[in-house]
Design a binder for this molecule. Structure first.
Ligand code: HEM
Length: 198
């Protein structure tokens, strides 16, 4: 079995762990005093972490020249989207119990919800077009569309920043990680253009 296949299986199992832990805690009374907050925070944090890990795949591939790593990107991105869906579902089903008027008002009135929703809507077309058939069908436009992932990562970090009221250590860490990833991308683009000119 190749190293990539092993890595794929390990990542698949690891990405399912937060969801499995939530289900286990739900059945064993481990969701704490405020279960809705616990589920919202766990799914939100996992979605954001997986989104940044997805963004780290390309820099890692370029640094190591291990091109096959790219095959992990789609799976990681889809897991990020899965947790974003669970996060949204928690809000729709448990927080508001399908009260669409109240949800609409929440999106309009609370900026952090507006930005969270914008993040989800940015991720949606990326998940829908992630299949090999879509990559073939969209051609060059696929890459242009999928640059939206950087915008989604920025809005996700802003959403997190706005949620936090006192201890900014975690959002600061995510903002720093995202800055490094965006910085790498900018540097790589600059380097490629400079070497193609010379
Ligand atoms: C779909 C629309 C979204 C809605 C309605 C929404 C709503 C919420 C709510 C109500 C909270 C908890 C606020 C609190 O504790 O007071 C939250 C927290 C959070 N959300 Fe979202 N969110 C959305 C999308 C996203 C997306 C797409 C991501 C990441 C990719 C994300 C990441 C987070 C994170 C990291 C937290 C903080 C978790 C923590 O405090 O530990 N959210 N969101």
């Amino acid at each position: 079995m190749s190293l990539l296949v092993v890595l794929k299986r390990v990542i698949f199992a690891a990405a399912l762990l937060p969801a499995a832990a939530l289900v286990y805690s739900a059945f064993t009374g481990g969701l704490g005093a405020n279960p809705i907050d616990y589920i919202t925070d766990t799914t939100g944090l996992t979605a954001l972490s997986l989104l940044l890990i997805t963004l780290a795949v390309t820099p890692l591939r370029r640094m190591t020249a291990w091109n096959e790593l790219i095959r992990l990107r789609r799976m990681l991105g889809l897991f990020a989207f899965l947790y974003a869906c669970l996060h949204l579902l928690t809000w729709v089903v448990i927080d508001w119990f399908f009260d669409f008027w109240a949800m609409g008002a929440d999106v309009v009135e609370r900026p952090f919800i507006t930005v969270g929703m914008a993040t989800f809507l940015l991720l949606l077309p990326l998940a829908v077009t992630s299949s090999a058939a879509m990559i073939r069908r969209l051609g060059r436009r696929w890459q242009q569309l999928h640059r939206l992932v950087y915008v989604a990562a920025i809005t996700a970090v802003v959403h997190f920043w706005w949620v936090v009221k006192a201890d900014f250590r975690q959002p600061r860490l995510f903002a720093l990680a995202l800055s490094v990833l965006l910085g790498f991308r900018a540097w790589w683009t600059w380097r490629t253009r400079a070497s193609s000119r010379s």
